[in-house]
Design a protein around this ligand. Structure first.
Ligand code: G3P
Ligand code: MG
Length: 251
């Protein structure tokens, strides 16, 4: 068995605030060298690491970050909501994440959020992400994923060497998935875990695509998916899944 890669969802988000350098370091500290993370852009085009489209849930500010520039980043606190221990934790830029990956030997499944400002800003986001990833050490591994498959198709055309994965919620995984992945030029399908079957896993593999399932927190289910040959598992509690069949933390 090639082994099933564990990816810490938004970093090890039970140990440190999600999508922060501390959460990525916590993954490494617990033997997990793959993280899943989310990227969108500030109003000036700077790619930042954040899940929601608003600042409300995970920072000390409210509203949209589409109105902000890089000069505003030092005013954001992405840690206090989680614990006073993490007060002042910055919202990382993608540039900072790339530097961290290079320095620490971390690999990343980078989910590009479906930017809500339209075509021009979406294309700028794609180009800015590609430019930042050019600084990534060749030793590092990356997968680019998105629920926005049109965006992903354009990304793959502009950066054909980078592997990409189409994210699917179970309700959206229609029978045209193979056509969609081939049209995108995808390398992976990233299915929601719920209702994923051994038969579907086999079909996806036979069509030539890898599988990274999300978000899997139950050890029994993780073990089952690993035994089915799923390439990766994205988990909120990746640290608890280290013993599952075939699990690996590969540099
Ligand atoms: O990449 C898997 C997962 O992160 C997708 O959903 O909303 O947690 O970004 P979400
Ligand atoms: Mg995500």
């Amino acid at each position: 068995m090639a082994g099933c890669t564990l990816m810490a969802h938004r970093g090890l988000n039970t140990f440190a605030p999600e999508n922060t350098i501390s959460a990525f370091q916590a993954a490494l500290d617990n033997g997990i060298n793959w993280i899943e993370t989310d990227v969108d852009a500030l109003g000036d085009g700077t790619p930042i690491i954040i899940h929601d489209t608003s600042l409300d849930r995970t920072t000390n500010r409210a509203g949209s970050y589409y109105d902000l520039t890089a000069a505003d980043l030092p005013k954001l606190d992405a840690g206090s909501w989680f614990s006073p221990q993490f007060a002042g934790e910055p919202v990382p830029t993608l540039r900072q994440l790339v530097q961290f990956m290079n320095e620490k030997g971390l690999n990343a499944n980078i989910e590009i959020k479906s930017n809500e400002q339209g075509k021009k800003e979406t294309l700028r986001l794609i180009d800015n992400i590609i430019a930042e990833l050019e600084e990534l050490s060749p030793a590092r591994k990356v997968i680019i994923s998105s629920f926005n498959h049109v965006l992903l198709h354009i990304f793959k055309q502009r950066a054909p060497k980078l592997p990409v994965g189409c994210l699917y919620e179970t309700v959206a995984l229609y029978d045209d998935w193979k056509s969609m992945l081939e049209l995108v030029g995808a390398d992976y399908l990233h299915p929601e875990d719920n209702f994923l079957t051994a038969e579907r896993v086999k079909e996806i593999h036979q069509a030539g695509f890898g599988i990274n399932a999300w978000t899997v927190d139950d050890p029994g289910r993780a073990n089952q998916l690993a035994n089915w040959g799923v390439e990766g598992i994205i988990s909120n509690v990746a640290n608890t899944l280290m013993g599952i069949t075939g699990a690996k933390s590969e540099k």
